[in-house]
Ligand binder design. Sequence first.
Ligand code: FMN
Length: 328
Amino acid sequence: MNRKVSVAPMMDCTDRHDRFFLRLMSKSVLLYTEMVATKSALHGDRKKILAYSPEEKPLALQVGGSDKKELSEVAKIAEDLGYDEININLGCPSKKVQKNKFGACLMKEPNLVSECVNEMVNSCNIPVTAKTRIGFDDTEDFDYLNKFILKIKEAGCKTFILHARKAILKGLSPKQNLNIPKLNYEMVYKIKKENPDLEIIINGGITKIEEIKNHLKLSDGVMIGRSIYQNPYFLIEIEREIFKTNNNPSREEVVEKLLEYLEKEVKLGTKVNHIMRHSVGLYHGQIGSKNWKRYLSDNMMARDSDFQKAKHIMSIAQNNEKANSVIL
Ligand SMILES: Cc1cc2nc3c(=O)[nH]c(=O)nc-3n(C[C@H](O)[C@H](O)[C@H](O)COP(=O)(O)O)c2cc1C
């Protein structure tokens, strides 16, 4: 598995339609699902919750839970469904997640996490990975983090995604927890240095190619969330500069393919807005960005948006392409 660059799991963002859209721009990055609670995966509408298109692969399922039996069952299901990796969420600080005893609060319980990971590793043949923070509340301590990681490594996990910011479990909203306190990349580099046998992926606040290149000198991969969601065409730069691929699609070509997918999905009953909402940032920083966003919000973001409106959006894409190529 190539984990040089991955797109972070993001609730309400990286659903299967978003992942399909992102894949139109990058074949090389690893994609993650939004976090799925074990109980939803086991007792919910599994077809809907765990469905994906083959084009999305390589694809990792992120799961939230702390019941080892449930986690191991979901790991097996993930493998059977063809997911390429299963990842346990040990980094989400939200109150709801804490109440259900998963996410970042599990950093306080290394033994329990180790048992859970062990069961997962024993129940499937796909890699079991962990996404965690560098600390929580008053604990931002290298030795604590290193011991936590070693405990999970003993259970069979070899890949760790470290969001380089501690989680504040009380007093901050999930949104604030993504921006405060400040990032500490050095802690992640030190973990890699201390554990050269582990695959260490760094996450948090990465927005530029130069930053990716610098992080790759001191860690095995980067995971990027918001800057790809807000500016998905950043993936093309990543393809070109990091993976050295050529013949990447223009934005117009991306829209063309997205509309083909939209047409197919609408026939299956998917709502137009469920797909198009992910494309708001496609023209980020480009001429025509406002027109694109305005057309989407006026015509394609309502629950009952009409597919026929999609036809006109292609001409906006063509006009934008022309306007930006004149500038170049
Ligand atoms: C809207 C949103 C939803 C998120 N949902 C999840 C999630 O389901 N699982 C998870 O591990 N992290 C989640 N995160 C955290 C991201 O995966 C990532 O760790 C964080 O955004 C920092 O990376 P970034 O600065 O590149 O965005 C979420 C972040 C955002 C902004």
